[in-house]
Design a binder for this molecule. Structure first.
Ligand SMILES: Nc1ncnc2c1ncn2[C@@H]1O[C@H](COP(=O)(O)OP(=O)(O)OP(=O)(O)O)[C@@H](O)[C@H]1O
Length: 769
């Protein structure tokens, strides 16, 4: 009994296999990379197991071998490729589970992506851990035999074989009739047909390995080369026969006179050649490594990135506690879609090796600061014991020292790219701008370096740095002006009332729209001797005010002239604003609403409201309700008009009763207008309106007035009520669905209700809810 069992593939697997086969049809050669990467993983797992159980290494250290057997009968057009590793192997259950089921996270996401027609390429396959199925790209049937190492728990493992075709919906697993031929590890036999005959060429396989796998595999890969040489066929040994000696003599004579045609024998010499014999790329001197090689290595470390790295740094370091190391750090070409969600819980992108041996890629959630966790880093330390574990590492000064060095090197890399490759840096600044801003917030000691790396849009340029801003400052200007509005486009921010005067005067204003921008600017506070200033807050200074005494005097005079309006507005808007002032920061806008320099700007209020439990937070409510100041533009015709109307109202003591009534009606009208103006100003200044329904009703009233429509006129609408509450479950059968005649119910207009009654009923329902 070979314990043979037939398993049915999960339906997803069948879909998936055919998807892999179809989508990668033109990238067939990925199969080799994927199988070698699996072999490498299996060897790494073995080595890790050996740290606690030496016995697993009883049959020697690991390697991978590749053998090509050509079927001579087909003239070399068909054959087999056999890939063996001496890694951790798989038991019977593991063969069935690992190769036949897909209880792996991300698979359904993969299927979804693929079905949505998003590019399914080799990298996507790797990313979702579907590498094994790529062997069906070149082989209609696949045989995998595997033997796990003997361990103390399992001293006598058996060798099992898994067989599957590329199309069938089931696979078989049985005890290998050959016995334990493998010693340890896994053997994959691919059957190569005529269409894939190119893969039977050892030279072709060698070049594929060189292209894809030299960097991703740290174990030796050997390929069997056959050298066929022709050697003359040795002359047949003269049979020393009993018989006529003359006959033998005759033959000899004949040979001398007419030499016999020379025959050759093919002599096959087989050698195992090491394919990946180059030192790993990080061990080489940077000047000896080409850009192409760096990019190839990047492909090996960043399976989830289909494009090239945007930049890298390759360096030697010494942690100061006696551990020297070499490292390569890459900036990926894109951020994973879920980067910002995952960032809070930490992403492990650092692979730690010790003396070329992979140790772990889990150095703990906060090993790298989260804002740099996108970097793909390989570190190979020389002087750590091979059996370090994450726990021992965490108590080791090495890790914290390494972290500091990696952060410094990352900042150096960004800085170097910004200087040497400004075009490339544009891309980087766009992609990683938010991360760098968060870095500035979280890493105070790197503030200045990070600030120099940031790029912004401004009223002067669509790509500028703070250093450039400082260079372009106006005489006397001591503030870096900015306006922030999350998610808004720069062009709209530039048209904000807060910006208009600065813009008109020729001052540059940074237009910030990332969520991290405003807190970052506030935290930066100073840059090269200038302070940062939110133009929507109090405290804005041009720097040339004092020299221009006339302007100041004019403002003082306006304050006096507009006093009646200011007082009237203060009274009317009491509770909503703390003060009304005359401003000269506006050009065309009639007014704005600003907050104190320590209060939250409108943008910040929006950011904070988005936090889940913000509304219940007393701090949030306190900050949200901090006083706002209404600033009016004395040059605006609208404000001048308002002043005139207010001045028109008779003073308290000089009215008879009739006048009072007329005045209060006029005043009431003006109040309505001012409230619309105030709410509109709130919106223009980035805040939200406290009561949008009342706001819209006021706007409607204004529009009616301007069109001469009666304020009390209501729409003549009758409402057809909904049918009665349905009973029972929703019928499944289409036919049964329509149980009532929609025409019969409420079709009689006499049953319809006046919309106003309906509205009352709705209010009641909502209250109940
Ligand atoms: N040569 C092997 N030795 C031991 N186990 C293997 C070998 N090849 C595959 N496996 C097992 O089968 C599983 C499935 O392999 P598959 O290539 O489909 O995905 P993966 O290795 O998890 O992801 P990826 O393809 O990205 O490396 C592996 O996780 C591993 O457990």
């Amino acid at each position: 009994n070979d314990g043979s069992e037939t398993f049915k593939y999960e339906s997803d697997i069948t879909r998936l296999r055919s998807l892999v086969i179809h989508s990668l049809y033109s990238h067939k050669d990925v199969f080799l990379r994927e199988l070698l990467s699996n072999a490498n993983d299996a060897l790494e797992k073995l080595r890790l197991t050996a740290l606690t159980d030496r016995s697993v290494l009883s049959s020697g250290e690991g390697n991978v071998t590749i053998e090509v057997n050509v079927d001579e009968r087909s003239n070399g057009k068909t054959g087999q490729i056999i890939i063996r590793d001496t890694g951790i192997g798989m038991s019977k259950d593991e063969l069935a589970r690992n190769l036949g089921t897909i209880a792996r996270s991300g698979t359904s996401e993969f299927l979804k992506k693929a079905e949505e027609g998003q590019g399914v390429d080799g990298n996507l396959i790797g990313q979702f851990g579907l590498g094994f199925y790529s062997c069906f790209l070149v082989s209609p049937t696949v045989r995998v035999s595997s033997l796990p190492p003997a361990t103390t728990n399992n001293p006598n493992p058996e060798q099992y074989t898994f067989v599957s075709s590329s199309t069938g919906d089931s696979f078989e697993v049985f005890l290998d009739p050959r016995g334990k031929t493998l010693g340890r590890g896994t053997e994959i036999v691919l059957t190569i047909g005529e269409d894939e005959a190119e893969f039977l060429s050892v030279d072709h396989l060698k070049s594929l390995i060189e292209k894809h796998s030299t960097f991703s595999t740290t174990f030796p890969i050997y390929i069997k080369e056959r050298n066929i040489s022709k050697v003359p066929t040795p002359h047949p040994q003269s049979p020393v026969e009993d018989g006529d000696p003359d006959e033998f003599a005759d033959d000899l004579e004949t040979d001398e006179t007419t030499p016999k045609e020379e025959n050759f024998d093919e002599q096959v010499e087989e050698n195992w050649i090491r394919v990946n014999d180059k030192a790993p790329i990080w061990m080489r001197e940077p000047k000896e490594v080409s850009d192409e090689e760096y990019q190839q290595f990047y492909k090996a470390v960043a399976k989830d990135d289909a494009s090239e790295s945007l930049g890298w740094s390759h360096f030697k370091g010494d942690t100061g506690s006696g551990v020297s190391f070499r490292a390569i750090m890459y900036i990926p070409s894109s951020l994973p879609k879920d980067f910002w969600q995952k960032m809070t819980s930490g992403i492990n992108n650092v692979r730690l090796m010790v003396k070329r041996v992979f140790i772990t890629d889990d150095l703990g959630e906060d090993f790298m600061p989260r804002w740099l966790s996108f970097l793909k880093v390989t570190v190979d330390a020389d002087d750590l014991p091979l059996n370090v574990s994450r726990e021992t590492l965490q108590n080791n000064r090495f890790l914290s020292q390494l972290q500091r060095i990696l952060v410094r090197k990352a900042l150096d890399l960004f800085t170097k790219l910004s200087v040497d490759q400004p075009e490339k840096y544009k891309e980087i600044a766009k992609l990683y701008g938010n991360a760098l801003r968060i870095g500035l917030l979280e890493s105070p000691k790197d503030k200045l370096k990070l600030a120099k790396l940031l790029r912004f849009e401004s009223t002067r340029s669509d790509y500028t740095s703070l250093e450039e801003y400082v260079e372009n400052r106006k005489e006397g200007q001591k503030q870096i002006y900015y306006i922030a509005g999350v998610g808004e486009i720069a062009k709209d921010l530039a048209r904000s009332p807060f910006v208009e005067k600065l813009f008109a005067r020729g001052y540059e204003v940074l237009l910030l729209n990332l969520p991290s921008d405003e807190p970052m600017m506030a935290s930066l506070d100073q840059f090269m001797g200038m302070t940062t200033q939110d133009v929507s807050k109090k405290g804005l200074k041009f720097g040339d005010e004092d020299e221009d005494g006339a302007e100041k005097k004019e403002l003082e005079a306006q304050k006096v002239a507009f006093k009646p309006l200011i007082e009237w507005l203060k009274k009317d808007l009491a509770g909503q604003i703390s003060d009304v002032t005359v401003t000269n920061r506006l050009v065309t806008s009639p007014c704005t609403i600003i907050v104190d320099s320590y209060g939250w700007s409108a943008n910040m209020q929006r950011i904070m409201s988005a936090q889940t439990d913000a509304q219940d937070d007393p701090m949030f409510n306190m900050m949200k309700n901090l006083p706002k100041v209404l600033e009016i533009n004395p040059k605006s015709p609208l404000i001048e008009g308002l002043l005139e109307r207010v001045l028109d109202f008779p003073q308290d003591d000089s009215e008879d009763d009739g006048d009072v009534k007329r005045v209060s009606e006029e005043e009431e009208d003006l109040r309505e207008t001012v409230r619309v103006l105030f709410d509109t100003t709130l919106v223009r200044s980035g805040f939200s309106v406290a009561d949008p329904t009342t706001y819209f009703e006021r706007v409607e009233a204004l529009l009616r007035r301007s069109l001469g429509v009666s304020l009390s006129a209501t729409p003549q609408i009758k409402i057809r009520p909904a049918p009665p509450t349905a009973s029972g479950p929703i019928p499944e059968d289409e036919e049964e669905k329509v149980e009532f005649d929609p025409q019969s119910l409420g079709s009689d207009p006499s049953q319809w209700m006046d919309w106003k009654d309906m509205k009352d009923q709705m209010v009641f329902d909502h209250d109940e809810l």
